[in-house]
Design a protein around this ligand. Structure first.
Ligand code: GLC
Length: 432
């Protein structure tokens, strides 16, 4: 075990709040949905029981309708805004969720992580996966029943924060077609007290983010109304490809466990997902990109989510080869793959949140898909580049793809977890 492996373990232990892990102290003091799924992979390398606890505690926050919220607020922390008093799920929702939370979800990687936990484990892992299976299936059903777009067959995303790629330039399209609510209450941001404002979203963006929260609250978090009439409705290739993969992985689990009804239902979800992929194909760019559901407009940049078609096993040979051409072009422009936004775009910013930086969990899923499709050299570069930026800059939230400098949060949980599970050279030696 290397010094960095030891440091990574210490970070997960330090960020442990008694069964769940915060992404990083102060800036993100709660349990986040997709962070926890990736964090479980890290715990899996040294404490399987603790890995399962992470997931079981995440599922304690699941809503009655099946949604797994993006953030579970187990206690109110004055360091974070917008917290439980802004989302007001405990007063607006009927039935009331068991734990206060946001009113939106996040990329559903959970089923895919569960499959890995079962495939690398034994009887006890199967038993614990079986115990949570129905809850995970219910969360997939929620996307299908409450978030299906009324204008296309794609899944709707109702807030940039739901995509996990919070202020990627993709969302400008949806932000541009919406108005700030004139009755928005005044508020004090906390994020810029803990992180460099140059690396965080602008004030106008924040007003729009909070307009979406206000709309949801005013609709008592009725997801069907938010999907049909919300101020921001976009289709995200990230959510789409991750959900498609998750449906396929949950189907594998269902078959392993002999759950025939669930398997038949999941086959339907997979079929639907496959048929929705073309909605995201931007022919003039030659890539899968986000779209504004309000007017059908395509985003015109290649993002790290565009590269997830391999992970989902979606797209034609021709679509794959055009995607690979973009990735080769991008690799020639940066030192470290995979930037979250196209370095040739005007709004590329290597230090600003999702406008350029490399994100550890994205590298992991992008490379997993590439590897499965025979693009082993590119997959290997993406893994090694992540290892290099961590060696250079430590366990930061994300990294400048040009210089390798670390950005925003420090001692970050998913960076430590992805290192332990995948990017650490000692992990690769073990696998070899
Ligand atoms: C930021 C990221 C999001 C992540 C959260 C906690 O909001 O954009 O993807 O889940 O931080 O790490």
């Amino acid at each position: 075990m290397s010094k960095l492996d030891e440091q990574a373990i210490a970070i997960l232990q330090k960020n442990d709040r008694g069964g769940y892990t915060v992404p990083t102290a102060r800036l993100y003091p709660y349990q986040w949905n997709w962070d926890s799924a990736f964090v479980a992979l890290g715990f899996l390398t040294f404490d399987r029981d603790r890995a399962w606890r992470e997931i079981e505690l995440l599922l304690e926050g699941q809503w009655h309708n099946g949604m797994i919220p993006s953030i579970i607020f187990r206690r109110d922390d004055p360091d974070y805004f917008p917290g439980p008093s802004s989302w007001q799920t405990q007063t607006a929702c009927d039935p009331v969720p068991s734990i206060p939370s946001t009113g939106i979800s996040q990329p559903p990687v959970l089923a895919s992580i569960l499959l890995t936990m079962v495939e690398t484990g034994g009887e006890e892992d199967k038993r614990r996966a079986s115990a949570v299976f129905d809850q995970v299936l219910k969360s997939h059903r929620w996307f299908q029943s409450e978030r299906l777009s009324p204008v296309s067959n794609a899944i709707t995303t109702v807030h940039p924060w739901e995509t996990g790629r919070d202020n990627c330039p993709d969302w400008e399209l949806g932000l541009n077609t919406m108005q700030i609510d004139p009755n928005l209450e005044s508020y004090v941001r906390k994020d810029i007290e803990h992180a460099n404002p140059d690396q965080r979203p602008s004030h106008e963006q924040y007003d729009k983010y909070l307009t979406m929260v206000k709309f949801g609250r005013d609709q008592n978090w009725n997801q069907k109304v938010i999907t049909a009439d919300g101020p921001f409705t976009m289709a995200d290739p990230g959510i789409h490809f991750i959900l498609l993969r998750a449906n396929k992985d949950l189907l594998k689990l269902a078959k392993k466990m002999g759950k025939e009804d669930a398997a038949a239902e999941l086959e339907g979800f997979v079929e639907h997902g496959n048929s929705a992929s073309d909605y995201f194909w931007n022919e003039s760019l030659g890539a899968f990109t986000a779209r504004n559901l309000i007017n059908g407009e395509f985003s015109n940049g290649f993002s790290s989510a565009s590269a997830l078609c391999f992970y989902a096993g979606a797209g034609s040979e021709q679509q794959h080869s055009r995607t690979i051409d973009h990735m080769k072009r991008i690799a020639s422009k940066v030192k470290f793959m995979m930037p979250s936004w196209d370095p040739d775009a005007d709004d590329f910013d290597p230090q600003r949140y999702w406008c350029g930086p490399v994100w550890p969990q994205m590298n992991y899923i992008i490379a997993t898909g590439l590897e499965e499709h025979g693009h082993t050299q590119m997959a290997d570069n993406i893994r090694r580049n992540l290892g290099q930026v961590i060696e250079q800059s430590g366990f930061r939230e994300c990294f400048n793809p040009v210089s390798g400098e670390g950005c925003i949060g420090t001692d970050f949980s998913w960076t430590a977890a992805i290192w332990l599970a995948w990017a650490s050279p000692s992990k690769q030696e073990l696998a070899a």
